[in-house]
Design a protein around this ligand. Sequence first.
Ligand code: NI
Length: 381
Amino acid sequence: MLEKNEIEDLIAIRHHIHQNPELSEQEFATTAFLREKIEALEIEILPSETLKTGFVAQIGSGKPVIALRADIDALPILEKTKLDFASENEGVMHACGHDMHMTSLLGAAKILKSREQELQGTVKLIFQPAEELGTGARDVLAAGLVSDVDAFFGYHNMPTLPAGVIGLREKGVMAAVEQFDVTIIGQGSHAAYPHEGIDPILATSAIVQNLQQIVSRNVPPLEAAVLSVTHVEAGNTWNVLPDTARFEGTIRTFDEKITALTKQRFIEVVENTARAFGVRADIHWIMGSDATYNDPELTAHLFDTTKKWHEATIVPEPSSAGEDFASYRRQAPSVFAFIGSNEVGASGLHFADMTLKDEALSVAVEYYVHTAFAALDYLKK
Ligand code: NI
């Protein structure tokens, strides 16, 4: 599908993007670079007054309308790969492989544009900002650029799977993410006279322990949920009990009912344990993301069509990582795939020494192109 020199061009583009990573909502140079490439292909870019970074382009016309999505932001990580195209923006790294996602969408754009006459509908290309903040997909939806889309498609590279392997899974594929930050308000005192205050450290210890009963005693055994307290802080010396303590962490679930149950029990356990210790709990929910859910029928169709041109495997279990692609399902059915990008045993996503193999790129390009044709065909029927 791609000529050798076209693959080499894409590899050079990927290396350039990798070398120049930008953080979420600051992807200005990345956006300019991508726009230039898309404009050079004479593909229409949809105007937007609200999207400061990222953009949506479109190929073809009429109904149905499908969208292919790639995210474009990097992470605040100091790269330790020793690649000759390692990040030149110190402390920022494409450690989630979004450089591969956007490069492969550029490659697909070129092919789809050259075959525009064959398209039985419209393909929108979403170069999405701020995935790592969990806000980019919502910003694209709010911008009104994809309100006519009938189905959304995306993928995430998986450096721990062999390069080029395509994995699909029906239903829940990545977790819903909730982030909590709780302040426990007691009353400080001399460590030698604890009865004169209300100890927030003891209360926090009990709350962290009690929270562990939610997954083990409230969530049904065949449903999945994770509740992790990841950061606790209180006090600053050895002989004074502080006024307050604070803890934060995350809840990961795959089903809306379990998300609601876990959150409700979290609030009950925190507030009632706090009451038992005479402290006050101030619970703050940081904006979370939905679970990424693959439409079963669309996924089955895509699995069959993928097997006609490439090896496709069924992903045995969902990932408890989050992904803001989930938000698109609020509007239309969606399918999110995994594409192997290195090998078993390689460093995973978000590691400072994570690397990708270039040979995964052309498979990702083809996945987008085949998916576009297969989806338009499916939706037409
Ligand atoms: Ni990612």
